[in-house]
Ligand binder design. Structure first.
Ligand code: AP5
Length: 219
């Protein structure tokens, strides 16, 4: 099935975790603006140096930078078979820009999955998150621990804690979500695209409900 889907949800809702399963299930590419920024930070590119200033304090990278980056990514060939956007759009300006980019490509979105989790759970998830340097797999020290502490079960790579998962930065990211990103819920509801999903409970259960909800919405 060719699907064009956006995942919306607060930091730590499980967007990256679910994006890995959903992109495999529907055979579509996962595009995470956060992952693209982090790869650029890691490689010390000009884009990475610019993005880091904002990411380190939990603010959004300016729209001009982000939209240009997504524009380039959506021009690549693999996107023609469908895509799952994780972390974009992040405000109404980016959503309007995405509408324009997709119109130029002669397509539109099929669904926007809103992942709902309460704030206490978000803080627990982010505080315990660990990510693999090697393959990018996401783990959690309590909810999804590796067999050997600090070592990825999938590829043997070293795990790290994201710099923006410090308490003050988490608080700022939650504020930014409430102020700038949550208006997207009504933006997409008005367009008949919104699919609300409870993202609490175990990962497998959330994946099963997400697949079911997407099939029903796009069926
Ligand atoms: P980004 O990387 O997009 O971060 P985010 O939206 O804050 O989301 P996270 O990646 O923190 O969480 P997630 O929902 O993916 O949760 P995860 O699956 O990891 O953005 C980072 C920064 O980049 C932004 O602050 C901004 O500066 C910049 N940026 C990115 N996009 C931008 C844009 N469009 N415009 C401007 N700036 C942008 O799960 C979290 C933890 O919970 C993991 O440990 C996981 O194992 C665990 N977990 C997941 N699901 C469950 C479950 N069901 N039960 C128990 N544990 C679970």
């Amino acid at each position: 099935m060719k699907l064009r889907v956006v995942l919306v949800g607060p930091p730590g809702a499980g967007k990256g975790t679910q994006a890995q399963f959903l992109s495999a299930q529907f055979d579509i590419v996962q595009i995470s603006t956060g992952d693209i920024f982090r790869a650029n930070v890691g490689n010390g590119t000009k884009l990475g140096l610019e993005a880091k200033k904002y990411m380190d304090v939990g603010d959004l990278v300016p729209d001009s930078v982000t939209i240009a980056m997504v524009n380039d990514r959506l021009a690549e060939d693999d996107v023609r078979h469908g895509f799952l956007l994780d972390g974009f759009p992040r405000n109404v300006e980016q959503a309007a820009a995405l509408d324009g980019l997709l119109e130029e490509l002669g397509s539109g979105l099929d669904a926007v999955l809103e992942m709902q989790v309460d704030n206490d759970e978000i803080v627990r998830r982010l505080a315990g998150r660990r990510t693999c340097h090697g393959c990018g797999q996401i783990w959690h020290v309590d909810y999804d621990p590796t067999k050997v502490e600090g070592v990825c079960d999938t590829c043997g790579g070293e795990l790290y804690q994201r710099e923006d998962d410090q308490p003050a930065t988490i608080r700022r990211r939650l504020e930014v979500y409430d102020e700038q990103t949550s208006p997207l819920v009504s933006y997409y509801a008005e367009r008949g695209l919104l699919v609300a999903l409870s993202a609490t409970g175990d990962v497998e259960g959330v994946t099963a409900r997400a697949i079911e909800a997407l099939k029903r919405a796009t069926g």
